[in-house]
Design a protein around this ligand. Sequence first.
Ligand code: SAH
Ligand code: SF4
Length: 346
Amino acid sequence: MDLIDCKSLTIDQLRDKLSGIGVPAYRAEQIRSWLDRGTDDFDSMTDLPLSLRAELKNIFWIPGINIKKRLVSKTDSTVKYLYTLYDGENVESVLMKYRHGWSQCLSTQAGCRMGCAFCATGAGGYARNLLPGEMLAQIEKAQADHGVRVSSVVLMGMGEPLDNFDNVLKFLRLLGEPGGVNIGMRRVTLSTCEIVDKIYRLMEHKLQLTLSVSLHAPNNQIRSRLMPINNKWPVEQLLKACRDYGEATGRRVSFEYAMIDGLNDTDECARELAKRIKGIHCHVNLIPLNQISYSENTLRKSGRERIYRFLSLLKTLGVNATVRRTLGADIDASCGQLRRRYHQSL
Ligand code: SAH
Ligand code: SF4
């Protein structure tokens, strides 16, 4: 019989499994409380009888996660973690301080299959999907290590959340559990390169999370050059899905747009973008491209002046847009860069 991943169960599911082997319900709370504190072996759960600990090991397993590296920004309060998972895979996560509290950027996969031209994660290859409990554990470890309480979450680390759909959905359920990390759906942002059929599946769940779409180009010609997924789901279908998502959930969609010198940052691109997203309840985030340093990559970030001209053009055309503040620039806080560097130095 396969062992059950104990950390990815909701408290009700854990209670059910325990009652199936005749263990009283209150033991579920005890186990959950150890798990929430980052305990990843049953032997350390000292308020459980020895016989129960032995029995649990025959039924469950706990995917462990450890901090391999911690980088603290000298210019702001950002902290970047490199975690090692039970099988030796590494993922990154970033803790950021905002006026309203601490926000954490989480990884949903070890690597990514989408292969976007500008992204360090894509360049590092794909290893596997993360388990729901491994997503939750990134928060628990950071909270314990840094002595803070995380109040909002962005799924904008390594990986494509919609490519790990079922586990991400289970994780979102765990995230809102009272007694645990307890972060509500309105404080969650899910960033996606937009796998359109999965957007529609997500819509059926009517979650109150914010959808952040990595658009990066106003047309198929430029987007397909940057993002292979665009060959499967072109801009027209992507924008239709965003429109439908906004209407079905009443939530404002956010578009991410990394500014790349001479490619997607022209006045013409700004006008085309404004025209295409007209009528969608949305916000555009302009981000200076974070240049990744591998020689074959020739994408350069746009100059400051260009970015602000693009911004003002969008605003003139009635688009709600801002330039995103970059936190932790001195510690490679964009996900994927630390893991890649670590792999290269092995
Ligand atoms: N796979 C998801 C979430 C992870 S990537 C997605 O693509 O949305 C998180 C965000 O970082 C995305 O908006 C992505 O386009 C952006 N990104 C990746 N590499 C970047 C880089 N080098 N410079 C700026 N933004 C980058
Ligand atoms: Fe994957 Fe997102 Fe990076 Fe594209 S930008 S390779 S989808 S992590």
